[in-house]
Design a protein around this ligand. Structure first.
Ligand code: TXA
Ligand code: MG
Length: 353
């Protein structure tokens, strides 16, 4: 299949003329990758089981891993769900459009091919103007996982999508680099108590504030999946998801000790002829004399860290690093999402100092 690429220059007010063809492709059961404010998505008509099936094939994704249905307006939600619980109402009023996905009991309209056989459906209304205009023009809810090959870091630029999807999908809309860089927060509001299934830019504090009660994380996020028989409620969280090709180790501890430990480990691997990558910050980058050193940004602004995380992981893939050592981050606020992704990328391999 030949994959067409369309560049959208005006990201705030995308020209409708440019979006007509991709909208038509979506409506007719094809695949279009598009930018959202979190990561690039790989879109298909969420109501068309066959189209959703193509997503699993292009990504090489296990078919029990459900997809998020993306909508353009509040009025698009009702047909997809059988009930809107009070917590869901409050959260969507506060954070939609935006980086929040809510899990509702599904209606009969949504095929099991989209929900991975579940009786619930995950729904998100993205704030990105290109995503919003595309979904509105398509006139159908758009199922969209991150537009990466299953097991690779999520794409934050159209080039990342191109690397993984060229020849496998109909079209890529290039809207430049995304804003946030990590996937949306997922909150399940279908049960008695709302639960965070995946941390993201809508933080635990923000959601708790809106609900007027402490909202908890799915225990599988805290302990690591499959430990103590705990199964994650978001099926996707059980896979080793954001995995770089190199063996990634997170080094936790006091600043100076972390630098010393990473330098020692780097030296040891370099002496054996391996290629080593180091993930650090603006504050520490000058303390690493050897290895391929990449700063994610400044610790004083977590947004910069989230924004470059996947890009740096992909860069180490391209450079064919054998080992990556990463500093660790505070788990407060957006740090919760950053550490969740890093810990998973490391396959839960963390060492203290
Ligand atoms: O930011 C995002 O959410 C991006 C952009 C493209 O919108 N999308 C994204 O989709 O990250 P994906 O497929 O890579 O991750 C969706 C996660 C998976 O872990 C999946 O298991 C979970 O959402 N999920 C989907 N439907 C669910 C449901 N009904 N119940 C529980 N978890 C669900
Ligand atoms: Mg994904």
């Amino acid at each position: 299949m030949k994959t067409e690429r369309i560049v959208i220059e005006n990201k705030e007010y995308p020209e409708e003329e440019l979006l007509k063809k991709p909208a038509e492709i979506l409506k007719n059961g094809g695949l279009v990758a598009f930018p959202t404010e979190t990561v690039y998505g790989l879109g298909a008509n969420a109501l068309n089981e066959e189209a959703a099936g193509k997503i699993y094939k292009a990504k090489g994704r296990p078919s029990d891993n459900p997809l998020i249905a993306h909508i353009a307006d509040f009025s698009d939600l009702n047909p997809l769900v059988s009930r809107i619980p009070e917590a869901g109402k409050k959260l969507m009023e506060a954070f939609w459009p935006g980086p929040l996905t809510l899990v509702f009991p599904k209606s009969g309209l949504v095929p099991y091919g989209t929900t991975g056989g579940l009786d619930t459906v995950a729904v998100r209304m993205p704030a990105d103007p290109i995503a919003n205009a595309l979904i509105r023009l398509a006139g159908v809810p758009v199922a969209a996982p991150s537009a990466n090959t299953s097991g690779r870091p999520s794409p934050t630029t159209a080039d990342h999508v191109w690397q993984d999807m060229d020849g496998k999908i109909d079209m890529i809309l290039d809207g430049g680099a995304v804003g946030i860089g990590v996937e949306s927060t997922i909150i399940d509001v279908s049960g008695e108590e709302p639960v965070i299934l995946r941390p993201g830019a809508v933080t635990q504090e923000m959601a708790s504030g809106v609900l007027g009660q402490e909202i908890h994380l799915d225990p599988a996020i805290v302990s690591g999946p499959m430990k103590d028989g705990i199964r994650p409620k978001a099926p996707g969280m059980k896979y080793k998801h954001y995995a770089p090709k190199a063996e990634l180790t997170l080094v936790d501890g006091d600043g100076k000790d972390v630098v010393r430990t990473i330098n020692n480990l780097t030296e040891e691997k370099l002496s054996k002829g391996f290629k080593v990558g180091i993930i650090c910050t603006e504050e520490t980058k000058d303390n690493y004399p050897r290895g391929i050193v990449r700063s994610l940004g400044t610790r004083t602004k977590e947004e910069t860290i989230a924004h470059s995380l996947y890009s740096v992981l992909r860069e180490f893939d391209d450079q064919e690093a054998d080992y990556i050592y990463s500093e660790s981050f505070s788990r407060d606020h957006l740090g919760q999402a950053i550490m969740n992704r890093l810990v998973k990328a490391a396959g839960y391999h963390i060492i203290g100092t």
